[in-house]
Design a protein around this ligand. Structure first.
Ligand SMILES: Cc1ncc(COP(=O)(O)O)c(C=O)c1O
Length: 341
């Protein structure tokens, strides 16, 4: 929720649209569809085309279908990273780096390769043998469910070097980290990365289900009518919210890094209270606990703070991007109380 719950302009846009129609036949183009698509493409500074979806996992599916369409008998490997998360459908699970989520559903799509995040040596070794066989690579520039773990600059540089040399499709999963959360509109813009496809969802629809696969430059020519489609996507009410979100994000993003520094400073005392490290970018921060705290989430709720734990010992903080400094004070105070208990 990049602008928090019930942002007055988002709510007004929902109400206005739903009082006219809640669904539109795909014989018609909703007025906000091209507007939002143009915005998403323009944020990249490139040309492109957008396929709207109802979720992040469906955006991954759209990207995967493009990858499958350009794959050949000799160029068909799809690389993803350990603890990377791109969704839970069978296609998306095939590039999901959580073994506990994928194991029961094997076999998934073939020709996928899981590499360790930030392991340059392993990437070099893999590319030495497979550079010409690789059709695509999926990355989250900052892993969310994987523990709020950013790519190192060196690793990102290597990915981009191989991407350019070997001409595979690079997919930047921006479902969680995109649309301003890391202090840039797209999280890959913190790195020397130049993706072909961007996937989005979560905050895009202002709380209603909406995702997108943004196909940049030539990748926009891969999927053609009738290669892919959806009855409900894009929902016009969600698009009305997305219009407000995409209008406001460029302004809101300007305050994100200042708020990030402020929040990190507030969390410094926590380093004495079982927190080993606060990592991440912008307003996507992870407080890494030295040891898991019993009943942490319940303690949070008792203190009116909703906490999210990833990988058992990392408190993932994803506040609204328009959070006020006063609200940050309140959030940090409560977090301190919960960790002291
Ligand atoms: C990085 C990332 N990609 C994809 C997804 C899947 O999105 P959805 O839950 O909307 O299908 C998620 C969901 O948590 C995510 O964090």
């Amino acid at each position: 929720m990049s602008l928090g719950h019930c942002h007055p302009e988002v709510s007004a846009a929902f109400i206005d649209k739903i009082s006219r129609y809640a669904h539109l036949s795909n014989y018609f183009l909703d007025e906000d569809c091209i507007y939002v698509a143009d915005k998403l493409v323009s944020f990249s500074g490139k040309k492109g085309k957008v396929f709207f979806t109802n979720s992040g996992t469906e955006a991954t599916e759209a990207a995967l279908k493009a990858v499958k369409k350009i794959s050949t008998a000799c160029k068909n490997k799809i690389v993803f990273l350990k603890n990377g998360f791109h969704g839970r459908t069978l296609g998306a699970l095939s590039v999901n780096g959580f073994e506990n989520l994928t194991g029961q559903f094997m076999p998934l799509l073939g020709n996928t390769v899981c590499l360790n995040i930030n392991d340059c040596e392993e990437l070099d070794k893999y590319m030495l043998e497979n550079a010409q066989n690789t059709a695509a690579m999926f990355v989250e520039p900052i892993q969310g469910s994987g523990g709020v773990l950013p790519l190192t600059r060196e690793f990102a540089q290597k990915i981009e070097k191989y991407h350019k040399e070997c001409r595979f499709l690079l997919i930047s999963d921006e479902v969680q980290a995109g649309l301003g959360r890391t202090g840039k509109i797209y999280s890959y813009q913190n790195y020397p990365l130049d993706p072909d496809i961007i996937t989005l969802a979560k905050s895009l629809g202002g709380g209603l289900p909406l995702g997108a696969a943004v196909f940049l430059e030539e990748s926009g020519n891969i999927l053609k009518d009738p290669d892919h489609g959806s009855t409900f996507a894009p929902n016009p009410v969600a698009l009305a919210g997305a219009r407000v979100i995409t209008d406001k994000i460029p302004e809101v993003v300007e305050g994100v890094n200042e708020k990030s520094e402020y929040l990190k400073k507030k969390l410094e005392p926590l380093t004495c209270e079982n927190i080993a490290e606060v990592r991440g970018m912008g307003l996507m921060l992870g407080a890494v606990m030295e040891k898991p705290v019993e009943n942490l989430l319940k303690k949070g709720v008792d203190n009116f703070i909703l906490l999210n734990l990833v990988r058992k010992s990392i408190i993932r903080l994803l506040p609204a991007l328009n959070i006020t400094f006063q609200q940050i004070d309140e959030m940090a105070e409560k977090l301190l109380i919960v960790l002291k208990e």
